[in-house]
Design a protein around this ligand. Structure first.
Ligand code: COA
Length: 147
């Protein structure tokens, strides 16, 4: 991702709850601990994005979003698989994320990818209010050499 992509990503963010601002997104390319990935159609249209935070041997998925008109076509699953593989390649051993309790689409996506619930943050989200579920997927064994 480059700074010139920020406006398109911000427009995509605005289709979801708790969107990041264009200024937050424009700052990402300068912050090396963040790994932002864009998914484009053949004609260049932005059809999804993800943002991962890498720190020590942990990764946290901060964002994953697909435009309304492009949902249920497998893009979210592909972006999530890319984020997991990228985290493992970068040396992460644990992969975390937070999801709204009432976000059934995202929860189904994560459950299908093997994430398990490890905690709850009550009243974490606003507009609308919701609890955050903390999910984890272990990356041990991915990209590690067998003994
Ligand atoms: C969550 C999100 C990224 C999923 O993207 P997507 O491209 O539509 O997902 P996919 O087509 O790859 O779906 C993969 C699986 O997720 C689940 N899923 C996705 N959307 C779903 C829905 N609306 N209802 C139930 N399950 C759903 C299904 O298990 C699906 O597999 P299937 O199609 O074989 O049944 C998308 O809904 C989105 O951008 N939502 C707004 C942003 C957001 O909530 N991000 C997550 C924040 S934690």
């Amino acid at each position: 991702m480059v700074t010139a992509d920020a406006a398109a990503v911000a427009a995509l963010e605005n289709e979801s709850l708790s969107p990041w601002t264009a200024a937050q997104i424009a700052a990402l390319p300068e912050q090396k601990q963040y790994r932002a990935r864009l998914c484009r159609a053949a004609d260049g249209e932005l059809v999804g994005w993800s943002c991962l935070l890498l720190a020590a041997d942990e990764a946290e998925l901060l964002k994953i979003a697909v435009p309304l008109a492009r949902r249920r076509q497998g893009i979210g699953r592909a972006l999530l698989a890319d984020a997991v593989a990228g985290a493992a390649r970068a040396g992460a051993r644990r992969f975390f994320l937070e999801v709204r309790e009432h976000n059934q689409a995202a929860r189904a996506l994560y459950a299908g990818a093997g994430f398990i619930e490890i905690g709850r943050r009550q009243g974490y989200y606003r507009q609308p209010a919701d609890d955050a579920l903390v999910l984890e997927k272990s990356l041990r064994g991915i990209y590690e050499k067998s003994a």
